[in-house]
Design a protein around this ligand. Structure first.
Ligand code: TMP
Length: 241
């Protein structure tokens, strides 16, 4: 396989950078230690986070592929870099919830920890300046961010990811409370993109309920990197990786 050459930076987000390679069909994602919350209003660094999130994502994407989810992932290149297909990111945060927490608990006055009768898929328009407003499938289709078929692929993939990860996290002694996915289009095909990590999931210890994810940063609970590392170690063990 051709060794990817890291060329110019194409995009810089809050936690990652994306670089061109000599092959226009692939890009390199670089994971930073930067952490933000509340649409970028709170900013800091979590030492080693980029390595943990890249390593965890690089384990979870192939595992999801094995289970039939199409992703952008090609391979891990280094401790902070992975090689992925270049996709056009659909400007949505696709959130799946199993247990009420975060904005759902807050906006709807629902007690944190209430278990949903069935998983909820919800969508937010990814736009920090607007506070990522929630949108419906009709908005997505009517505004031509994705076609009806693509939305139905996204919903099916999100629920499949949930099913696979709930089971895996349970093996790792973790409750998958909720998580955020992003999808991209490669020649009209929907691929799971972005990352899956403690930055983008809520994970609670299955026995004690201890918060193991980015809420430690959002709520100043301390020992953020240590808990991220614990998540990675437990998932590795659950995968026998
Ligand atoms: P929320 O309850 O704050 O809406 O978050 C739902 C899930 O999405 C939670 O697992 C955290 C994740 N998330 C992100 O990955 N990025 C974001 O910008 C936000 C707001 C949430």
């Amino acid at each position: 396989m051709l060794t990817p050459e890291k060329k110019e930076m194409l995009y810089e987000g809050k936690a990652k950078q994306v670089y061109a390679t000599q092959d226009p069909s692939t890009v390199i994602v670089y994971f930073k230690d930067d952490a933000t919350a509340f649409n970028g209003k709170k900013k800091s660094q979590i030492h080693g986070k980029g390595i943990i999130n890249n390593t965890l994502s690089s384990l979870l994407y192939p595992y999801l592929e094995e289970k039939g989810v199409k992703t952008h992932f090609l391979r891990q290149l280094s401790d902070r870099e992975m090689l992925v297909y270049a996709v056009d990111i659909i400007p949505l945060e696709v959130i799946v919830r199993n247990v009420a927490a975060g904005s759902m608990a807050r906006n709807m006055g629902i007690e944190e920890g209430k278990i949903m009768k069935k998983p909820i898929v919800e969508y937010s328009f990814k736009k920090d300046e607007l506070g990522d407003p929630m949108v419906s499938e009709d908005h997505i289709i009517a505004l031509e961010w994705a076609t009806e078929e693509q939305v139905s692929s996204i919903r099916a993939a999100a629920l499949k990811v949930n099913q696979v990860l709930v089971e895996l996290m349970e093996k790792a002694g973790l409750t998958l409370v909720d998580f955020k996915l992003e999808f991209g289009l490669k020649e009209a095909e929907v691929l799971l993109a972005d990352e899956i990590s403690p930055d983008t999931c809520r994970l609670w210890d299955i026995k004690t309920g201890e918060v193991m994810d980015k809420d430690r940063f959002r709520k100043d609970l301390g020992q953020v990197a240590e808990h991220y590392q614990e998540v990675l170690d437990r998932v590795k063990k659950a995968l026998n990786a």
